[in-house]
Write a protein that binds this ligand. Structure first.
Ligand SMILES: [Zn+2]
Length: 234
């Protein structure tokens, strides 16, 4: 109840107080939603696709069998993408996911995408989901499913442990603590399916790797990955 109430308060607040741009905080003009026109034009699109190799693919070389990875935007330490993802995750602005998914889905569907049977978001642990009130990846992933004309499965994966944010741990410890962190939903069948795993921001790929590992014992499964953003190394 507490979560819903704070969400309602936040919604009321959004109606009463005109929102600034989620990218740069500038005042939004009439007709602008979420992002001002300047930020929209400056969004750093990766222009990756599912046909050519990209730097995201190389994250998984020699690790898990993720067949092909794709990411919509570049995430930089001080930038528009960081700001909008922060609002999406921590400021109750769930609709940002739908906005990005609409855009990203249109691009993917026009660029010879692989055949996908099922889209599954990286899940939150149930305690974290309760606290936040939503999975920040859900609306994005649903829009991608709409554009690819495929099935969206919110609960295809289950997160078993409620881990703390791991950004401060090094790669090995992250890898170690990620083992057996997710399991496939035992009530569903994934055999011979082509699955697209969706997450918000990819840094080392450890989360997607742990999710892909959950499918280790599923016969004939093919796994693809998509994220809203990828941490830019430059
Ligand atoms: Zn802006």
């Amino acid at each position: 109840m507490h979560i819903r109430f704070s969400k309602i308060l936040n919604d009321i607040h959004s109606i009463l107080v005109p929102e600034g741009c989620f990218g740069c905080n500038a005042h939004l003009s009439k007709g602008e939603r979420l992002l001002c026109t300047v930020c929209r034009n400056q969004l750093p699109l990766t222009e990756y696709n599912y046909n050519d190799e990209n730097p995201f693919d190389s994250i998984f070389y020699g690790r898990v069998p993720i067949k092909k990875a794709n990411s919509f935007l570049f995430f930089t330490e001080n930038g528009i993408v960081k700001n909008i993802i922060h609002h999406l995750k921590y400021k109750n602005q769930e609709q940002i996911g739908a906005f990005l998914g609409e855009w990203c889905g249109a691009i993917i569907s026009e660029n010879n995408p692989p055949k996908i049977d099922m889209i599954i978001p990286v899940p939150l642990h149930k305690k974290k989901l309760k606290k936040r009130g939503y999975n920040q990846v859900s609306q994005f992933a649903q829009k991608i499913a709409d554009h690819l004309n495929t099935h969206y499965e919110e609960n295809g994966l289950i997160k078993l442990k409620n881990t703390k944010t791991q950004t401060k741990k090094d790669r090995f410890f992250r890898w170690q603590s990620n083992q057996n962190l997710y399991e496939v939903n035992p009530n569903m069948s994934f055999k011979n399916k082509s699955i697209l795993l969706v997450d918000d921001v990819v840094t080392t790929g450890a989360t997607l790797e742990a999710c892909a590992k959950a499918f280790d014992n599923v016969e004939g499964v093919t796994i693809y990955a998509l994220t809203m953003a990828i941490v830019s190394k430059t």
